[in-house]
Design a protein around this ligand. Structure first.
Ligand SMILES: Nc1ncnc2c1ncn2[C@@H]1O[C@H](COP(=O)(O)OP(=O)(O)O)[C@@H](O)[C@H]1O
Ligand SMILES: [Mg+2]
Length: 287
């Protein structure tokens, strides 16, 4: 079975999607792993960074995104088919990376989220479509070495579906005050959910991203995060820190015709850090 990791934070803009995508690329290209990216965020950022927008639209219109999976839960229909929905060999590197697959999200998820919430019991998780994703992917997950789940900035029913198949989760943070304050509620709520569904979901660690090493605040918050780990308040903080870099923002363009990871993330960009982060990730998940 694959190693399944969710990237979670209740805050937006902290690098969840960016880290999901770079880990996925490095695992597939530098470590030759079979990787599935699951985009649970209705903002569809990971999706449109991995496949052209027109492809995604066509898939969305024909029931081949996660919208169909959750619509089925509301309507009692069996239309979603994971085999058809999974897009194989995605990314703009060399016209597609062998072994890097995507389960695309949909903007339409926004309009059914409230209805999904209404049928869910968030105290005990005894009621609601918590295991829709698990059931739909059961036959396909064993094919992969790694599954990375890009979560929306919430712990609603869609995110819980991701957690319900996760072995662990990563918390990307920007080292500023509000980001750090946001960590304890995530740890508490994931641990409550894990207990309710009797699944061991490990807090793999905190990944600092968009670091501005020349600012006092970022350095101070980084030091505090590491201290919180030593005092056992927080999970481990990954050694590798991802700097703020305009190159990362540009790497999101799926239409740029490139051939290597170095072209995507290098040339003055954070290639080294992302490569190191992936190695650290592998060391942690295989521990
Ligand atoms: N290390 C980084 N350096 C510069 N920009 C970054 C970095 N990481 C993310 N970004 C940019 O910041 C914005 C938010 O990042 P994103 O990964 O989408 O966060 P989230 O998924 O947590 O909302 C995006 O525009 C992204 O391109
Ligand atoms: Mg995102």
């Amino acid at each position: 079975m694959p190693t399944v990791t969710s990237l979670i934070n209740l805050k937006g803009g902290v690098g969840k999607t960016t880290l999901t995508l770079s880990l996925a690329h490095f695992l597939a290209l530098e470590h030759h792993k079979r990787v599935l990216v699951i985009d649970l965020d209705p903002q569809t950022n990971a999706t449109v960074c991995l496949i052209p927008e027109n492809d995604w639209k066509l898939r969305d219109e024909t029931g081949r995104t996660l919208y169909q999976l959750f619509l089925d839960q509301l309507k009692g229909t069996p239309r979603f088919n994971a085999d058809e929905a999974i897009v194989r060999n995605v990314s703009n590197i060399s016209g597609g990376v062998q072994g890097l697959d995507l389960l695309p999200s949909s903007l339409q998820l926004i309009k059914i989220q409230d209805r999904l919430t209404q049928i869910t019991d968030f105290d005990s998780y005894q009621r609601g479509p918590i295991f829709a994703l698990r059931d739909a992917l059961a036959a396909y997950l064993p094919y992969y070495d790694h599954v990375l789940i890009d979560c929306p900035p919430s712990l609603g029913i869609v995110t819980l579906n991701g957690l319900a198949i996760s072995d662990s989760y990563l918390v990307p943070v920007v080292p500023d005050i509000l980001s750090v304050l946001g960590i304890p509620p995530i740890l508490d709520r994931v641990s409550h959910f894990a207990q309710c569904v009797r699944r061991n979901i490990r807090a793999l660690g905190i990944v600092i991203s968009k670091m501005r090493a020349n600012t006092l605040l970022h350095n101070e918050m980084t030091r505090r995060l590491r201290e919180d780990f030593v005092e056992r308040r927080f999970p481990i903080v990954f050694e590798t820190i991802i700097p703020e870099s305009t190159h990362i923002a540009e790497a999101a363009n799926v239409m740029a015709p490139i051939n290597t990871l170095i072209q995507k993330y290098g040339a003055g960009g954070p290639y080294e850090e992302l490569s190191a982060l992936t190695q650290e990730y592998l060391a942690h998940v295989t521990r």
